[in-house]
Design a binder for this molecule. Sequence first.
Ligand code: CP
Length: 319
Amino acid sequence: MIFLFIGYQTLFILMKLKHCIESQQFSKELLFELFNLADSLRENNGELLKGKIMASLFYEPSTRTRLSFESAMLKLGGRVIGTENAKEFSSAVKGESLEDSTRVISSYSDVIVIRHDVDGSAKLCSSVSKVPVINAGDGKGQHPTQALLDVYTIYLEFGKIDGLKIAMVGDLSSGRTVRSLCYLLGKFENVEIIFVSPENLKMKDDIKDYLNRHNVKFREESDLDKILTEVDVIYMTRIQKERISFEDYEAAMGKFVINETNFNFVPKSSRIMHPLPHVEEIELPIVLENFDERVAYFRQAENGLYIRMALLVHLLGVD
Ligand code: CP
């Protein structure tokens, strides 16, 4: 943040981000600026990015992140180029380095959104790109725009983030969404986190160290049903089958499931969230998924559209 002293007045001007690579980049003030912008873009999206081009580069599969970014850009009057299977349909297949691809693509576009299977790829792109780079998920690293939509959703559902108790459930070792979410939750006051994961897929020490440094209370539990009554948010995640060994997957699969039985333990005021896609860890009938207020994950996915619109507007420097 920049402080400008003009006479007796002090103006607080939020630092514009150049790239969006990791959640630690976001201050609490910037988060609320993005929430406000997302709220207003929901009502009236205008054509703020008319004439701008977004390059959408996905080296890994995606439904929500890619399509919501592309929809966000189109709604803002911009245009989209890119590839949804860059591993096969870009010159990566001929051996071109990610740095060279980025140098070239950044001369064709105004912003690059990249998902890659290798940790640190988005950061590497940003080091050679002429235009802003957005990390849409890098291996087991981070997924900062998912975390943005997660905290935005929590804020919309509860009207606050401070003081909430949040359970993160599932594969906490290879899931990048929970890592990015921890970094953002660390910006708020009196948030408490409960990690519930199979023994072989626990939250890593770098995140625990970060939470300790930021005085965020957390603990680990192994019984999901036991904590359902005490938390405000149950953030379920999928076992990341594609990132772990078959043995680790077999040991973890089906350990923590929300089903029609334990759903009864979830207080009416609590919310079940999930970055999606969900597979066997949520087994709820369609009627509950459609109509029960506690199921927040489809609202959460929709919020991703508006927060990504806000992020694009922010990065492309439109007032
Ligand atoms: N949550 C998320 O990143 O979903 P996709 O993989 O469908 O983009």
